[in-house]
Design a protein around this ligand. Structure first.
Ligand code: SF4
Length: 327
């Protein structure tokens, strides 16, 4: 691992100033992804600005919803009474992510900022436009079993690995950030980027900005929800495909619906057209199959991930059935 400097400021402004002053500095919180990347030489910050002293751990009810601090631990959020009562989908997604030990270290902000698990990205001997722009994409013609079926480009076909982010995009959350230009809110659906010509840029967070919190608005999705994660090991693995499903059901009719997938794109993949197709329909397997068919329009597979074209719609139907209680 490269040598680096370490700072542990107690004030928000001091933390941001350290990043402004040193273009090779990075924030660190739980470090569950960044330390791995540094050990492998994938990321080489010259200074780590540890933000764990900042007061950003709270989970509190606010007008119109709940505010979750950027440093709240994944395990604390998953077991929080208010989250369990009002946003059980988020709790399910968090509990399906990583291991208990990692959830005890990983923070909400860090979870959002984790980087792809594409094998080529982690192996510094292989080409990767995300790690080293302009070197090519090893996965495009290589082993692409884990890779995207939506929203990819000819520069990068990686997928975003966070389960929590799939739930937060489903719940219409927003991200509160601050930086040298002040505070701003980013809709969660716009927080992560598609790769386009710049796969090295994962998010729309500016270089010197700090994530403060995630705001989740009140919603009717407190009961009929499911987070289905299909993976190769039940104990601990990233999603091949995951589905976040939330239904508001009134006497067997779907009054409102939210649906998103993970493991299929460079960002959490919200399925707005399929959501629209569910509204006003009866709860039935046929309704869910029609929504899944709509959700999959535009999907395209590579040599080793064609199985996702079948796994994804099947997972959508299964998640909706479980959410509706007809599984
Ligand atoms: Fe790198 Fe993206 Fe290609 Fe993976 S898919 S090798 S992360 S450019």
């Amino acid at each position: 691992m490269n040598q680096f400097q370490y700072a542990r400021p107690a004030k928000q402004k001091a933390a941001i100033d350290l990043l402004v002053k040193d273009q090779n500095a990075m924030f660190i919180a739980g470090g569950t992804n960044l330390i791995d990347l540094m050990k492998r030489g994938v990321m080489t910050p010259e200074k780590l600005v540890d933000i764990n002293r900042l007061p950003l751990k709270g989970i509190e009810k606010v007008q119109g919803g709940v505010r979750v601090g950027a440093l709240a631990l994944n395990s604390a959020v998953a077991e929080d009474k208010v989250i369990l009562e009002k946003f059980p989908l988020l709790s399910l997604a968090l509990k399906s992510g990583a291991s208990a030990q990692l959830r005890n270290m990983a923070t909400v902000g860090g979870n959002m900022m984790q980087r792809t698990r594409c094998y080529y990205f982690y192996d510094t001997a292989l080409p990767c436009n995300k790690r080293e722009p302009g070197t090519g994409c090893g996965a495009l013609e290589g082993f692409n079993r884990m890779h995207a079926i939506f929203g990819f480009s000819d520069k990068c076909i990686a997928v975003h690995p966070s389960d929590m982010s799939v739930a937060l995009v489903t719940l219409d959350a927003t991200v509160l950030v601050t930086g040298p230009k002040g505070e701003r809110q980013i809709p969660f659906i716009d927080f992560h980027r598609l790769p386009g010509d710049h796969p090295e840029v994962d998010t729309n967070l500016a270089r010197n900005e700090l994530i403060l919190a995630v705001d989740i608005p009140e919603s009717p999705f407190t009961k009929n929800v499911e987070y289905l994660k299909v993976r190769e090991r039940a104990s601990y693995a990233f999603a091949l495909v995951s589905v976040a499903a939330a239904l508001d059901i009134d006497h067997n009719t779907i009054r409102d619906a939210r649906l998103a997938m993970g493991g299929v794109a460079h960002k959490p993949w919200r399925l707005s057209e399929a959501e629209k197709a569910l509204v006003g329909k009866p709860v039935s397997e046929t309704t869910f199959e029609q929504a899944a068919e709509i959700a999959m329009r535009g999907a395209k597979a590579f040599e080793h991930n064609a199985y996702k074209l079948k796994l994804a719609p099947n997972s959508i139907v299964q998640a909706l059935k479980t959410a509706a209680g007809i599984a």
